[in-house]
Design a protein around this ligand. Structure first.
Ligand code: COA
Length: 141
């Protein structure tokens, strides 16, 4: 699938990012909407992937403190490298602003996805929004 990645503020990417997160986290994974939307979006760097027809298909965000989160690819777009491209774009944004590492709380099932991008697991599994998670960290070279 051909796609492009847009990196920018909530101000411009909110409608697309929010629609994907609603579909993946709230509808598919049944995360309560009041947990899904928090007050950090306004201060995050966001990435959104668009397909050849300009439909938004994936998103993720980078917090000011180096946390990456809200990684979501629409079901039909999974397993084609789009999530990887979003993650790489957010890691590049962190590197460009001078961060030396990024961290995230991964849904445990996605550990191999993050390991493939240099993340290392830290500590025990924990529950968040009813879903098992692990903490992971990656150095930025
Ligand atoms: N989901 C998807 N891929 C997974 C995976 C998982 N649970 N666990 C491991 N992988 C691996 C695949 O095996 C594949 O490896 P390969 O290239 O060696 O075959 C690679 O990760 C897939 O890479 P990519 O195609 O870039 O991933 P993606 O576009 O499907 O994005 C997610 C990955 C997890 C972001 C996406 O599947 C998603 O949105 N899932 C639902 C929401 C979610 O769980 N988000 C994670 C929050 S931590």
């Amino acid at each position: 699938m051909t796609f492009r990645i847009s990196v920018g503020p909530w101000e411009t990417l909110q409608p697309d990012a929010q629609a994907i997160r609603q579909e993946v986290f709230v509808i598919e994974q049944q995360v309560p909407p009041e947990i899904e939307l928090d007050d950090m979006d306004a201060v995050c760097v966001h990435a959104v992937a668009y397909d050849a027809g300009n439909a938004a298909i994936a998103t993720g965000r980078l917090l000011p403190d180096g946390h990456i989160g809200r990684m979501a690819v629409r079901k039909a777009g999974r397993g084609q490298g789009i999530g990887s491209a979003v993650l790489k774009a957010l890691m590049a944004a962190a590197r460009e602003r001078g961060d030396s590492e990024v961290v995230l709380n991964a849904q445990t099932h996605a550990e191999p996805f993050y390991v493939a991008h240099g993340f290392v697991r830290e500590g025990e599994q924990f529950m968040d929004a009813g879903i098992p998670h692990i903490h992971m960290r990656a150095a930025l070279k």
